[in-house]
Design a protein around this ligand. Structure first.
Ligand SMILES: Cc1cc2nc3c(=O)[nH]c(=O)nc-3n(C[C@H](O)[C@H](O)[C@H](O)COP(=O)(O)OP(=O)(O)OC[C@H]3O[C@@H](n4cnc5c(N)ncnc54)[C@H](O)[C@@H]3O)c2cc1C
Length: 463
């Protein structure tokens, strides 16, 4: 397909845009069009980029046309599914945004427990639709995250210990590569590309849809347990989460209690553990698995109850602050690490500061480290240090705080999860893709994207 319709020369842009409009089913939004500002806005605040064009693709053919246009015009291409990239890679300055959010087809085969899902779906939309059949594929903790970005990075969520990463349930995908061709990839067809897109991010093309495995996950025991956060309770919580059956996955944030009506006023502003718990199995067994956590202290609030899995995802709250984040893996949260967390949380000047602890293991760890491009199968605990605030000009202070906490917590594991990386440079990307994983990814990049068209991401440049 020839779509040499865009070039960097401004004089030709208007004609080029008009021509592109005739080629596409989806909407093309240029800087002077109504809705441009809304269309260039991504999840986190403080990301203010002005693309030359935003295309809301309707189908794989549109995707292919946009890939050609960006390639022929030498323009930067931002690929966006749910827009939650912490690095802000979902929007380009001066380039084209390929917005997939109108591509939401979902075809569920209940009998075979398979689903073909277009990548404009969010985790919440997919989970709600699958939940009608008592089925689920594991994504992350937030419903508004796009299935495109989370799946390509790995996907660590409420089912990680029971069913593994999101990519462990990817059976096939359709992907438009840099030459604008749509490829079907699975374990037999283009197995190298199939390996790379399970953890290697958006480096290899635009995935238009994934084929997922679904699990029977219907009634669960889940919800939020809030405990006071002392050194002993934080360390004991982490130990209990490691000792728990694999059905139980936990995401525990240590932070000052927000002034929510659900919390007693005397707890407001005190350090607490806000733990989201999911026992994906028999509710009675779940009660037994959660009992040791409830015994750690008198809960500040206990909202863990039998529910349907899809109910875990709450509606998106709307406006989002600026975020400074540092992601890392550690081997243990012992008393000393817990004390470090407490001490540093008291020093943050951000509106909200949290240290999130996700104990891993279980099904995720049983897949070999070289089976997919996600290499951190042996990592025991993911820690995300986050500060949220309103003014982008405070970023230096809060990022420095998050990095200092990370330095203080650092143990032996030098890896990083790509899904929570900011735009932190090549060294951190290498931490996400260590050793042989990197070599293999570069070789596949050379083959499928030798000119690095897909570079607005945690980039694996051709070598
Ligand atoms: C509030 C919040 C909660 C989160 N919770 C979790 C969690 O629990 N577990 C977890 O694992 N991660 C989590 N993440 C991280 C999240 O998985 C990544 O930020 C992910 O990249 C977001 O995906 P997206 O599609 O929403 O973002 P986007 O900004 O749309 O995409 C991110 C990047 O992915 C690539 N991309 C997206 N779609 C495609 C596609 N179809 N084809 C090719 N490339 C594509 C592009 O390079 C793009 O820049 C969270 C992030 C946020 C902001």
């Amino acid at each position: 397909m020839t779509t040499d319709v865009l070039s960097r020369a401004p004089a030709t842009t208007a004609t080029a845009v008009a021509r592109l409009r005739t080629l596409l089913q989806g909407r093309v939004i240029a800087p002077n069009d109504a809705g441009y500002d809304e269309a260039r806005t991504v999840f986190y605040g403080g990301i203010d980029r002005r693309p030359a064009l935003i295309v809301r693709a309707r189908d794989a053919r549109d995707v292919s046309t946009v890939v050609s246009a960006a390639s022929d015009g030498g323009l930067e291409l931002a690929v966006r599914s749910g827009g939650h990239s912490i690095a802000g890679f979902g929007v380009s300055d001066g380039g084209i945004v390929l917005d997939l959010s109108r591509m939401k087809a979902l075809d569920i085969d209940v009998e075979r427990r398979r689903a073909w899902a277009e990548t404009g779906l969010t985790a919440g939309e997919y989970t709600t639709a699958a939940g009608v059949h008592g089925l689920a594929t594991g994504f992350g903790d937030t419903g508004s995250v796009g299935i495109g970005g989370i799946t390509l990075g790995g996907g660590i969520g409420y089912l990680v210990r029971k069913h593994g990463l999101t990519i462990d349930d990817v059976l096939a995908a359709e992907i438009v590569t840099a030459d604008a061709k749509l490829l079907y990839v699975d374990a037999r067809r283009h197995p190298d590309l199939f390996w790379a897109i399970r953890g290697g991010g958006g480096n290899f093309g635009v995935v238009t849809r994934f084929k997922f495995r679904l699990h029977e996950v219907d009634r669960i025991l889940g919800g939020t347990l809030i405990l006071p956060a002392t050194r002993e309770i934080i360390a004991s919580f982490a130990a209990a989460a490691e000792a728990a059956p694999e059905e139980l996955s936990t995401i525990a944030s240590v932070m000052k209690a927000p002034p929510l009506p659900a919390l007693p006023t005397e707890a407001h502003g005190k350090l607490v553990i806000i733990a989201r718990m999911v026992y994906a199995g028999d509710v009675g067994a779940g009660e037994r698995a959660i009992a040791p956590f409830r015994r750690l202290a008198k809960p500040v609030a206990d909202m863990v109850k039998p529910m349907r899995y899809a109910e875990l995802y709450e509606p998106d709250a709307g406006r989002h602050p600026v975020a400074s984040i540092h992601t890392m893996f550690v081997d243990t949260i012992d008393g000393a690490a817990a004390q470090t967390i407490i001490d540093h949380l008291h020093t943050s000047t951000a509106k909200m500061a949290a240290v999130e602890i996700r104990v891993l293991g279980g099904a995720m760890a049983r897949v070999s480290a070289d089976a997919t491009a996600f290499a951190h199968r042996g990592s025991r605990i993911m820690v995300n240090i986050a500060a949220m605030y309103e003014r982008p000009d405070e970023a230096v202070v809060h990022q420095s705080w998050a990095d200092t906490v990370a330095d203080a917590l650092r143990q032996g594991d030098a890896g990083a999860y790509v899904g929570f990386l900011r735009d932190e440079g090549a060294v951190r990307v290498r931490e996400a893709y260590p050793g042989a994983t990197w070599e293999r990814l570069v070789a596949i990049k050379n083959r499928y994207d030798p000119v690095n068209l897909f570079r607005l991401n945690h980039n694996i440049p051709p070598g």
